[in-house]
Write a protein that binds this ligand. Structure first.
Ligand SMILES: [Mg+2]
Length: 263
């Protein structure tokens, strides 16, 4: 598994035009993109997340000229609904637990039977704990379960108990991944770094990656190790493997659209 410890200094805030100047020629690059908080704004209802204006058009233009890979904690099925591009786009869902090329069948990279048995047991315990607690959202995934606290007025009252429930379902095969206002039970041994390595394989082109969350750092590390680059999406400076920072998904779309038009 790639080292996901953000070791570097905070990346400099850049304008979209400044980031485009840093990018390699499209023909020499592979694009690795997170979805939530990167292509889509963060919203209270995870099911309501949609790509920012212009994102899909920019990706269609890029996918015609290079390889585009979406790398997300979301299921492949969700990513396909939101970014329905059949040629030139690959999907890594569940933090690398499942893959698909374009419209091809989804390929799991974990023992789905074991993972789903763990997931279902965790969901039963979470429903018992949170069933009548307002705001908590338990999101079943093909390869795990995410518990969202974004809509909870005061998550502290139940957060430790949610952690305990999830921890009781971990082991050699499952781990808990904390990210921004989400706790997720997911397969051990996969993350966005392993996903990036798996999808890139012996592709020697330069990975260019965008993402907003700590879970993206493993993917950033792979991109930088392979001679590419990473751009973190954040309104605040933070320690990261990324070499540049933009503010929000609109900035990401501006970069992608301008890159697609560059000769
Ligand atoms: Mg994200």
């Amino acid at each position: 598994m790639a080292d996901d410890t953000p070791a570097g200094p905070p990346a400099t805030l850049s304008s979209p035009a400044e980031v485009v100047d840093l990018l390699p020629p499209l023909a020499d690059a592979v694009l690795l993109l997170d979805f939530d908080g990167c292509l889509s704004g963060l919203v209270d209802d995870p099911e309501a997340a949609v790509p920012a204006d212009g994102a899909v058009n920019a990706l269609v233009a890029l996918a015609a000229r290079t390889r585009v890979v979406l790398v997300s904690g979301r299921p492949v099925a969700f990513l396909r609904r939101q970014v329905p591009i059949e040629v030139g786009v690959s999907y890594a869902g569940g933090h690398g637990a499942e893959y698909a090329e374009g419209a091809d069948e989804v390929q799991p990279l974990v023992d789905v039977e074991v993972v789903q048995r763990r997931r279902d047991a965790a969901i039963r315990d979470l429903d018992d704990l949170l069933g009548d607690q307002p705001g908590w959202y338990v999101e079943p995934k093909p390869t795990g379960v995410a518990v969202h606290s974004r809509r909870v007025a005061d998550p502290t009252a139940y957060l430790d108990r949610v952690r305990e429930v999830l921890a009781s379902h971990t082991g050699d095969d499952m781990v808990v991944l904390p990210s921004h206002e989400v706790l997720e039970l997911r397969p051990a041994g996969v993350d966005k770094g392993t996903a990036a390595e798996h999808l890139l394989g012996d592709d020697s082109r330069l990975p260019v990656s965008f993402g907003d969350d700590v879970t993206d750092e493993a993917m950033f590390a792979v991109a930088v190790d392979r001679g590419g680059m990473a751009v973190v999406v954040s309104t605040e400076p933070r320690h990261t493997h990324a070499v540049a920072r933009v503010r929000d998904p609109d900035d990401v779309v501006a970069v992608l659209a301008a890159w697609a038009e560059r000769a």
